[in-house]
Design a protein around this ligand. Structure first.
Ligand SMILES: [Zn+2]
Length: 246
């Protein structure tokens, strides 16, 4: 019985019941379940090489953006702004948990603001968001739609400066205040949920340095050698498990 999915879900539901300061780490599996391609998947790497002659990490890099903004924006609009993605049902369960006062917040490296879109209020987006762009000179904010609809390189209406996309580019640091917010949230948590990734993920390893509790629930479709570092690891899609335990 111990290893059946049914029993694991029963245990996970009990964990959620017993804790009230849950912090969720949202991994790449969460966004894949919302239909967003894996940024490190072979499909996207192959597509970028074919279409633009560079790998994603070469184009979506600070050095590329500052030296070739036109080419950068061509690829950025295509890959990041080409489609609107809607949060999977799992994100809405997180919003419900937060409303119930059980979820302290979420930490993610995804740039699509899916948790916020689903109504989660406290989300630390370590790698920024495609929705929050700004002029580097006058700091005026620009929407994703404004960037997408501008012909060529999107420029500030006032200063004609190239608008800065809201995501952290390769070679850039994560904002210090974001790191501090995430670390504070995690160190005050009494339970961690690792969703759509495994315990060996860089974000998760980092977060565990701050976590002082002992209850870690991992939900990830794929099993991984690090699963035994969680109190309980359920190898099933988050979108299927979360509604059953919250
Ligand atoms: Zn400006």
């Amino acid at each position: 019985m111990y290893n059946t999915l049914e029993h694991q879900i029963h245990m996970a539901r009990q964990m959620v019941t017993d804790h009230s300061r849950i912090v969720c780490l949202l991994g790449v599996g969460m966004r894949i379940e919302s239909g967003i391609p894996n940024p490190e998947g072979n499909d996207i790497v192959y597509y970028m090489e074919e279409e633009y002659g560079y790998a994603p990490e070469e184009i979506f890099a600070a050095s590329y953006f500052y030296t070739r903004p036109g080419s950068f924006y061509k690829a950025y609009k295509d890959v990041y702004l080409g489609r609107d993605y809607e949060p999977s049902a799992a994100y809405y369960r997180l919003a419900d948990l937060e409303k119930q006062g059980k979820l302290s917040g979420c930490v993610t490296q995804a740039e699509y603001s899916l948790a916020k879109k689903a109504g989660v209020w406290n989300v630390v987006e370590l790698h920024g968001s495609i929705y929050e762009n700004w002029c580097p000179k006058c700091k005026r904010r620009y929407t994703k739609e404004y960037l997408r609809d501008q012909k060529g390189t999107p420029l500030c209406e006032e200063c004609k400066m190239t608008i800065r996309p809201g995501i952290v580019l390769r070679g850039e640091q994560v904002r210090n205040d974001y790191i501090t917010n995430a670390a504070n949230m995690i160190s005050n948590a009494d339970m961690m949920m690792v969703l759509g990734t495994n315990m060996n993920d860089g974000l998760v390893v980092w977060a565990m340095n701050y976590f002082r509790g002992n209850c870690v629930l991992e939900i990830s479709k794929n099993s991984h050698f690090s699963d035994n570092r969680a109190s309980l690891a359920i190898n099933a899609p988050v979108v299927e498990v979360l509604p059953q335990i919250t």
